[in-house]
Design a binder for this molecule. Structure first.
Ligand code: SUO
Ligand code: CP
Length: 313
């Protein structure tokens, strides 16, 4: 694999899930593969899981991870071409990416959307600039529109926990106080569309996601109807896509409760706002698999890094 910026970079999805589950059982089987190879992790935004699980994955493969909080600690990076850099940015992505490529065999990047400039976010300016100007493979650790390490993790987790061949999976929007990105929902949808599951999406009117991503997946505006007989309820807030980046609804009628969940398993990428997105009674019950889900981040990342290491020249 030459890069991992989107779920579609995984060519055989079900095989990849099985291989990741094998890595989970045998995490140190390939501990020589990444020997003397460096993974650079560049964070433009906060992280707990991605930052630690991706390093853990690298360590399991014998790699040396190096980490930088780009927004806080590096020089301000300019991404526009041909700018007269006489304001706040101090170096151009052309130099920054080329320089970091000399220190690293793989570069992983987290860069959230602006949620104010839809065109800029959809162009994936930061991530695609790294792809363009770095000379080593790039891994997406959550970009403006995608979080493919999370989507792959979610598919692994559902495969691991499913009790029927074709489980019913519901992606349910939930309220939140802040405007949040679409990336997690987008990659979860992409992952579910790549699996044999009965998949539906539910959200209040006005929260329709990018129709190019939704494709033929059914969208039901009535949450109760959508949740009926679910095996997995994946909950996530996102801000409006059409009325870009706006918070239109903070209605706690959409909060996931034990009653709404029924016999389903509860999933969330974390971090999660208790008693806003989901009530304590769900997170504190055996129905919640969010902790195991977060554990699987390591093996999703390990599968990705392994595939890239195997293809390094
Ligand atoms: N990486 C997982 C989720 C990251 C981000 N969540 C957040 O920003 C939540 C922040 C808060 O609750 O204040 C998102 O939705 O894409
Ligand atoms: N799920 C996830 O990506 O978590 P972090 O934002 O903490 O990395």
């Amino acid at each position: 694999m030459k890069k991992y910026t989107n779920i579609s970079d995984i060519k055989n999805f079900s095989k990849a899930i099985q291989e990741a589950l094998h890595l989970k059982k045998n995490p140190l089987e390939f501990s020589e593969l990444g020997k003397n190879k460096t993974l650079g992790l560049l964070f433009f935004n906060s992280s707990l899981r991605t930052r630690l699980s991706t390093q853990k994955a690298a360590l399991n493969l014998g790699m040396n991870p190096i980490v930088m909080n780009v927004s806080g600690d590096a020089w301000g990076i300019e991404f526009e071409d041909g700018t007269v850099m006489n304001t706040s940015t101090a170096e151009h992505i052309k130099e920054a990416a080329a320089v970091v490529s000399q220190y690293c065999d793989i570069i992983a990047v987290r860069a959230f959307p602006t949620l104010t400039d839809k065109a800029k976010d959809e162009s994936e300016q930061v991530l695609s600039s790294f792809v363009k100007y770095a000379s080593v493979p790039i891994v997406n650790m959550e970009s403006a529109t995608a979080h493919p390490l999370q989507g792959f993790t979610d598919a692994i987790t559902i495969t691991e926990h499913k009790k029927v061949n074709k489980p019913k999976v519901v992606l349910s929007w939930a309220p939140h106080v802040k405007a949040l990105p679409h990336a997690v929902a987008n990659s979860f949808i992409h992952a579910m569309q790549s699996m044999d599951v009965d998949f539906v999406i539910t959200h209040p009117e006005g929260y329709d996601l990018n129709p190019k991503i939704i494709g033929n997946t059914p969208v039901i505006y009535n949450q109760g109807e959508a949740l009926k007989d679910a095996d997995f309820v994946y909950t996530k807030n996102w801000s409006a896509y059409n009325d870009y980046g706006k918070v239109l609804n903070t209605n706690t009628n959409w909060t996931i409760t034990k009653e709404k969940l029924g016999a389903a398993k509860f999933m969330h990428c974390l971090p999660v706002r208790r008693n806003v997105v989901v009530e304590d009674a769900v997170l504190d019950s055996n129905s919640s698999i969010v902790i195991e889900q977060a554990n699987n981040r390591t093996f999703a990342a390990q599968w990705v890094l392994k595939k890239i290491l195997e293809d390094l020249k």
